[in-house]
Design a protein around this ligand. Structure first.
Ligand SMILES: Cc1cc2nc3c(=O)[nH]c(=O)nc-3n(C[C@H](O)[C@H](O)[C@H](O)COP(=O)(O)OP(=O)(O)OC[C@H]3O[C@@H](n4cnc5c(N)ncnc54)[C@H](O)[C@@H]3O)c2cc1C
Length: 420
């Protein structure tokens, strides 16, 4: 159990913190380097909080190229790529298009299902260990559909795929949905229901995790930026930070959508785009929902979190631009009214919109594993829409890799060198 090695985790988002937890559990001496202050915002905090085995389809799904091109014409669409002449974006787009195939979908689904189901189990374990202060709940998840055509499309598509890889999906009528979720009147044609899905309150999960890491004697360098690397003979020999150099035996890259920038100077490429998403949290909702739901045609996620109700969505590939687009927020509000006829714009009055950057790889699969050309550097990033769901299993498998054990989950599609 006792390990001598010192490991530095770069990035203190949900993936970095979960990785630090499993590394410390193995007995490693762990240091987290995070440029923000303790408790500051990160992509997890405003997310929908889904722990969702239902998400077995990678974002680069068949049909997404045409759908994406159509959506690109409107900055109000759920998926928007801001056209710009950036070689990294062009390469990412080309790789994305190459992966929007039925073959990639079929290869990715069982792997994603395996990771998601295992991670869900690890969340339950963490909840038990920490007193569940972060409200982990298995309430399932609905994909609400407005039209019978949409129900049929989901039945043939996502529901069939999920069932084929061991994630139960049921088609429900509006009456069955209302029986399971009597909290609000819905104007829908039906839904897909995934009973296994769960959710958490991420704003409560992050401090719970930091408290756990402190008990595990993990060292933190908050307010410290990774600036560069020293490397020799195919190994990292030092990490340059704004607080001076840190030397360790192993290094983990968990800087989310900034991961490719963090690697600069090491000669390693990691195609990544920031996928901006927004959320609005109603503090005192008039509707009390129990179950999370996706407003499918509008790609908006709805999550009851404690006494609050969160609406989140949109995927905007527009770089790390720190200005929000009001039309995106309007789309979320409009979608809420479209599916819940009793909702009104006043329900959202005065709410400050949140936004964060998902780390999006071009094939919708995370980067997990050692880099071939820097033997003591391990990637743990690129989880796109699944960073909450997959954070625990990612942390645990990184710990397995660094102890030299055989990974307990399939990493064959996740190599950080796959686009090198
Ligand atoms: C609207 C929305 C809803 C979402 N809903 C869900 C959901 O329901 N379920 C789900 O599974 N996922 C969801 N996601 C996705 C999920 O939130 C992300 O995948 C996840 O939070 C990414 O975590 P991360 O730790 O990889 O990255 P981040 O949270 O971005 O963390 C990376 C950290 O690295 C730090 N960093 C970066 N560069 C440096 C540097 N040079 N030096 C030091 N530190 C650095 C950053 O400050 C940051 O804290 C959602 C995302 C959005 C936007």
């Amino acid at each position: 159990m006792a390990q001598e090695k010192h490991i530095v985790v770069c990035g203190g988002g949900i993936v970095g913190l979960c990785t630090a937890h499993y590394l410390a559990r193995e007995g490693f001496a762990v240091t987290v380097v995070e440029r923000n202050a303790e408790g500051a915002d990160s992509c997890a905090q405003g997310s929908a909080g889904y722990v969702s085995p239902s998400h077995v389809e990678p974002i680069s799904a068949p049909g997404m190229v045409w759908q994406g091109l159509k959506w690109m014409l409107s900055s109000r669409s759920p998926f928007y790529v801001q056209p710009r002449l950036d070689p990294a974006l062009l390469r990412w787009g080309w790789l994305f298009a190459r992966h929007c195939t039925p073959e990639h979908r079929l290869r990715a689904a069982p792997v994603l299902a395996q990771h998601c189901l295992e991670s869900r189990r690890l969340f339950a374990e963490l909840a038990e260990k920490t007193g569940n202060s972060f409200e982990f709940q298995q309430q399932g998840l609905f994909n609400l559909c407005k039209t019978p055509e949409s129900v049929a499309k989901y039945e043939r598509g996502l529901a069939a795929l999920a069932n084929s890889v061991g994630v139960e999906a049921k088609i429900l009528t509006p009456k069955q949905v209302a029986e399971l979720e009597p909290g609000a009147r819905m104007d829908i044609a039906g839904a897909v229901y995934f009973p296994i899905d769960a959710h958490i309150s991420p704003r409560k999960f992050m401090p719970a995790l930091v408290a756990l890491l402190k008990q595990q004697r993990v060292k933190f360098h908050w307010g410290t930026s990774v600036l560069g690397w020293r490397s020799e003979g195919g190994r990292v020999t030092g990490l340059a930070t704004s607080a001076g150099e840190i030397v360790a035996d192993e290094y983990v890259l968990a800087t989310g959508s900034w991961a490719s920038d963090t690697l600069r100077g090491l000669g390693l490429g990691l195609p990544m785009q920031a996928g901006k998403g927004y959320s609005l949290t109603i503090e005192r909702p008039r509707f009390r929902l129990k179950k999370p739901m996706i407003l499918s045609e509008r790609r908006v996620a709805v999550t009851p979190m404690g006494d609050t109700l969160r609406f989140g969505g949109t995927m905007e590939i527009s770089g790390h631009s720190d200005n929000g687009r009001p039309e995106r927020i309007e789309q979320i509000v409009a979608a809420a009214q479209f599916y819940f006829p009793d909702m009104r714009p006043e329900d959202f009055a005065g709410i400050k919109p949140w936004f964060g950057y998902r780390p999006v790889s071009p094939d919708g699969m995370p980067y997990i594993g050692r880099f071939a050309r820097q033997a003591n550097l391990t990637a743990a990033c690129g989880h796109a829409m699944l960073g909450i769901t997959l954070a625990p299993v990612t942390g645990r498998v990184v710990a397995e890799l660094l102890t030299g054990r055989k990974p307990s989950v399939d990493l064959s599609l996740m190599s950080p060198d796959r686009f090198a």
